[in-house]
Design a protein around this ligand. Structure first.
Ligand code: GCB
Length: 619
């Protein structure tokens, strides 16, 4: 790569000269190269023209964290790996070389790319060469869809940012670090589980590490739109409201929104903080719903910056124990989904992965999916918008994390902010879930209440939920977790017939739910190995799993507030908690479909129930 770009430059000398002049100008404009800056949120990053940095990246495994935190090395500063090209006069022999190191595909977790990395938890170094020609009056961001779990980035040896959180996008400004011609980016990604991480030390999914989502360079003008929110006003079918935020604009900077198909055009002025409020009426709007997932082209402009969005408009609210979509009660026929890639396994990230997973949900008869247990890739949300699937999107607060640690709260808040600010324009998302199955104690309750009010203040247009645990007294299941007070919709998980009793235990189960709020049974289910057949009383057979579903459905109908369900889970997924040889082989087998796409008997039980509207109040 380096050689190639050098020859290229020799051949196009005059172009090179132009580049150098441009670079000089750029440096003059930017002052000295910018110091490391925090990652920012770029709403609709996937709608902007981008230069892909996907492909083969050199990779060096660093199990002792030597590159990050080496104590014996003179360069004690973080990241000695990043300078691997700056060798002249180096007193040390080169002990690392990305050019000769094995490659990893980006995007992609490392675990499923090399057998020796299946269980690896620790830092991995990545390097990629690219050519770039700086442009005047342009900010450039290194966009990383997600890197699990902590990540550090350098461009041409200059640190550009670091990030924590494995499921939200990173946007590092790299303008001052780029140069004309050959450039290189180095990333350190560490998937070590942390006691003060979110999630924490224990989960029931594989801790896939690496640059798991797409990587690109995004260029925006000097004055640009970083975030926006447009939605239909609750209680109306023709009022659109929201805001646009402009970076580095003048007070009074004009913002324009156009929805050509509706003949709607609206302008607003940004205040001194770059915030422009919008509110306008449209005629003839077709509202987005699972039956009519109508998306409009929306153009957002300020100065020479523009974002071409694709958006649906709908409202969601609760009334008593109802969930109303566009003012009408809806029952959420759903299924829970992990970001496990169908067929090839590993972390899902592509359009194809999204189309396969959500295609199966549609085939099942779903109008809704619970995207567990962390924010999924933007491609999933775009596909849900397109295919007409309502979405529950979840912050990775899972099981027992460090609820008493303010650092953990700050991390959970940061990931929630990133999730909401990135994904708030997807019509498909109706629920923000704060957490999954957390222990009932006051410290936990306060922690999650803080998140819930944060989510409400960021986005008052959606419903707040969490998957609660259920307790039992004899045959009665009780939902009285005080956290329910902070939620608009109560999610709850139960495993009758699997972790307790038998499938027919559901026949005699009674429910006592202390909240007059809509309830979603966010999980139920049981394991089966695809192709393993036997009697209904034999665990792990498809018949046993199907029996769980058959007995659950009438029981669910005895919950008066039941407004939705998302059985666990659409597809088998990899988890180190599931070692049973010959059956699980490190896969959670509660899928209705195996990771190789084989549908199990329970798939058809649920499909039939959804087809016949056999569960839930008729809409
Ligand atoms: C749960 C968790 C989910 C697990 C599932 C199971 O309650 O929310 O992440 O995978 O149970 O299979 O036990």
């Amino acid at each position: 790569m380096k050689l190639l770009s050098a020859t290229l430059h020799a051949r196009v000398g005059s172009q090179m000269l132009r580049c150098l002049v441009a670079a000089a100008l750029l440096v003059a404009l930017a002052g000295t190269a910018r110091a490391e800056s925090a990652s920012i949120v770029l709403t609709g990053a996937d709608r902007r023209p981008a230069t892909s940095l996907n492909g083969e990246w050199g990779s060096i495994i660093d199990p002792y964290f030597s590159g990050l935190f080496s104590f014996h090395h003179v360069e004690k500063k973080n990241g000695w790996f990043m300078n691997y090209k700056a060798k002249p006069g180096d007193p040390f022999p080169t002990e690392y070389n990305f050019a000769t190191a094995p490659k990893l595909k980006v995007p992609g977790d490392w675990n499923t790319q090399r057998a020796s990395l299946l269980y690896y938890e620790g830092p991995m170094w990545y390097e990629h060469d690219f050519t770039y020609q700086p442009k005047l009056h342009t900010h450039v961001f290194l966009h990383v869809g997600a890197a699990n779990y902590r990540s550090w980035f350098w461009v041409n040896g200059q640190k550009v940012c670091q990030h924590e959180g494995g499921f939200t996008a990173i946007n590092c400004e790299v303008t001052g670090a780029l140069k004309p011609g050959a450039n290189f980016v180095v990333a350190a990604v560490d998937n070590t589980r942390l006691e003060d991480g979110v999630p924490g030390l224990e989960t029931d999914w594989w801790n896939y590490g690496g640059l798991t989502r797409e990587v690109s360079l995004i260029e925006v003008p000097e004055t640009f739109i970083d975030q926006y929110d447009l939605h239909l006003t609750r209680g109306t079918d023709s009022e659109i409201e929201g805001w646009v935020h402009v970076v580095d604009g003048q007070p009074g900077e004009k913002v324009e929104i156009e929805i050509p198909e509706l003949g709607a055009k609206q302008t607003a002025e940004a205040d001194s903080s770059g915030h422009a409020e919008l509110h306008f009426s449209v005629k003839g709007l077709e509202r987005w719903s699972p039956e009519t997932p109508k998306l409009y082209k929306v153009e957002l402009r300020t100065g020479i910056d523009s974002v071409n969005e694709l958006m649906g408009f709908r409202t969601v609210e609760t009334r008593g124990t109802e969930i109303l979509l566009n003012g009408k009660p809806i029952f959420l026929r759903g299924v829970a989904i992990h970001a496990e890639a169908p067929y090839r396994t590993g972390r899902a990230w592509s359009d194809k992965d999204a189309e396969t997973l959500l295609g199966w949900a549609k085939e099942l008869g779903c109008n809704y999916v619970r995207l567990a247990h962390y924010p999924h890739d933007e491609t999933m949300l775009r596909a849900a918008d397109r295919m007409g699937l309502l979405v529950w999107s979840e912050n990775p607060v899972y099981w027992a994390i460090g609820f008493d640690n303010p650092k953990v709260l700050a991390k959970a808040k940061q990931q929630l902010d990133e999730e909401i600010n990135t994904s708030r324009n997807h019509a498909s998302i109706i629920l923000w879930s704060m957490a999954n199955e957390t222990p009932n104690n006051p410290t936990r309750t306060q922690f999650i209440e803080t998140l819930a009010s944060r989510a409400r203040s960021l986005d008052p247009t959606r419903l707040i939920t969490a998957a609660l645990l259920v307790r039992a007294e004899g045959n009665t299941k009780i939902v009285d977790d005080p956290l329910g007070q902070a939620l608009d919709v109560i999610g709850m998980n139960e495993y009758i017939g699997w972790y307790e009793g038998h499938p027919d235990s559901a026949d005699t189960t009674q429910w006592k739910i202390d909240y007059e709020k809509p309830v979603i049974v966010s999980e139920f289910g049981g394991g089966a190995k695809a192709g393993l057949h036997g009697s209904e009383s034999e665990r792990w057979t498809e018949e046993y799993q199907a029996a769980i579903y058959r007995h659950q459905l009438p029981m669910l109908n005895r919950i008066p507030q039941l407004r939705g369900m998302s059985p666990w889970v659409l597809m088998d997924f990899r988890s180190p908690n599931r070692p049973l040889t010959g059956i699980q082989d490190e896969f959670n087998r509660k899928g209705l479909i195996s990771e190789q796409g084989q549908k199990k008997a329970a798939f058809y039980v649920l499909q039939k129930a959804y087809e016949n509207h056999a569960v839930g109040k008729a809409e």
